[in-house]
Design a protein around this ligand. Structure first.
Ligand code: F3S
Length: 430
């Protein structure tokens, strides 16, 4: 990279973004129209948010992959960019699609829809996403895109952003769809927001006195906090979680995903646990203080008053191998009467097939799909109207994006619903 710098604009000397000579050349179109367009997006975002420079990013996670969401306009936009020669410069992974890219017929997808969805993924493959073989998932950190503490990255998937910032100690803002693509093509993002130390301190202290046990309990806690915290940076104290908990990452994955769904939390800290929660001056002076002693509202706020369930969806965010193993134990001996779909990354599914987990889940009546997210799938067209899930984020988007009724509850409640087709009236499982 050249050391000479040029300014994007000359308005106020204090307020300009300085670009290297190489970046300035890209912006001028010297490396072609695809990179010019990407630089225009990256510098426009940087200017809006007050960045003084661009910084290299080590990896990118792209969202906006569902054909149901982006439609023909989005598909054309991606194809044009790929035709212009857009190619990623850094390791880049892709968010879930609306279907299992292999078993979409089993899911009941329309062939025309499936063809369009394949074209979307093919456009990203042409850009070099996933080294030409994208493996769509919202948990890229489980399949090799796992940044180290302090790494600057540009990720778009909100649950993955929360995990990367909080659990891994990497640094990313919550990128939008085109912004993430532009970051992948340039290998750059603006130096603003959570890339800067001063924005990573906690602005909210949350003391947890509620009983938390299951992964869904962490999801319910996140739903409660996100709803009011919005963009705050919470510091959790008294969270009953140890680093050697076998579900440590799964619980924090659920917590962050829920806060990112009901709010816009992109970073949180857990006292004595997460990488940046060691500093004594982590809290800002004017931080608010909350105490949570009950999770009932966290479950209730994302549940419709429905009794009949016609689909159970597990794997939001995409399930880990540990979660699939836990689920396998829970379904042993059960006979599920309504579809129970579990979603995960394809490499995780492959491992679960090899270790016999998928076979056991299928023996009980469940199905494990890769690549897909039911919140962005055409769920109603598949014949489902009432979905149960142990994920707060799943319930939130099922109701707000997929337009179906949802029940958010514990894994035991969801399994009971899969066995009977009815939502059980029982308390939380142990
Ligand atoms: Fe992932 Fe979809 Fe949930 S993208 S976090 S499975 S809503």
């Amino acid at each position: 990279m050249g050391m000479n710098t040029n300014k994007v604009r000359n308005a106020d000397e204090e307020d300009v973004m300085r670009l290297t000579a190489e970046e300035q050349g890209w912006l001028a179109g010297e490396a072609g129209p695809a990179l010019r367009r990407a630089m225009e997006i990256v510098t426009a975002l940087g200017t809006i948010y007050g960045a003084r420079r661009l910084i290299p990013v080590e990896s990118v996670q792209i969202s906006g992959v569902s054909y149901r969401n982006i439609g023909d306009a989005g598909l054309d936009f991606l194809c044009r960019w790929a035709d212009e020669g857009a190619r990623v410069r850094v390791p880049t992974t892709l968010n879930p699609t609306a279907m299992d890219m292999v078993s979409w017929q089993t899911q009941g997808l329309d062939p025309d829809f499936a063809a369009k969805q394949r074209q979307v993924v093919a456009a990203f493959a042409r850009m070099g996403v996933g080294k030409g073989v994208p493996l769509p998932t919202c948990t890229p950190y489980l399949i090799g895109n796992r940044p180290l503490p302090g790494a600057h990255i540009a990720w778009a998937e909100s649950s993955a952003v929360a995990f990367a910032n909080s659990v891994l100690g990497a640094r990313t803002n919550r990128e939008g769809g085109p912004g993430a693509i532009a970051a992948a093509l340039t290998g750059r993002t603006g130096a603003y927001g959570l890339h800067l130390e001063e924005h990573r301190r906690a602005t909210l202290r949350v003391k947890v006195d509620a009983v938390l046990d299951t992964i869904s309990d962490y999801s319910a806690l996140g739903a409660l906090i996100g709803r009011t915290a919005q963009k705050a940076v919470p510091l959790f104290v008294n969270l009953p979680l140890e680093a050697d908990d076998p579900l440590y990452e799964e619980k924090l994955k659920a917590l962050g995903a829920a806060m990112a769904a009901t709010g816009a939390v992109a970073l949180y800290h857990v006292a004595s646990l997460t990488p940046e929660a060691t500093s004594s001056d982590l809290l800002t002076a004017d931080c608010a203080c909350w105490c949570i002693d009950d999770l009932t509202e966290g479950y209730a706020m994302l549940s419709d008053d429905i009794e009949r369930i016609d689909l159970v969806w597990i794997g939001c965010p995409h399930a880990s191998l540990v979660e699939l193993a836990q689920l396998t134990e829970r379904v042993a001996g059960r006979r599920l009467q309504v579809p129970m779909w579990i979603t995960c990354a394809r490499p995780i599914r492959d491992l679960a097939v090899d270790s016999g987990l998928v076979g056991k889940i299928e023996a009980a009546g469940g199905q494990v799909f890769a690549d897909a997210c039911m919140a962005i799938a055409p769920v109603r067209n598949l014949g489902f109207q009432a979905v149960a899930t142990p994920s707060a984020k799943g319930a939130y988007y099922l109701r707000n994006l997929a337009n179906v009724a949802a029940r958010f509850g514990t894994l035991d409640q969801c399994l009971a619903a899969a066995e009977t087709g009815h939502w059980p009236s029982m308390g939380r499982d142990a």
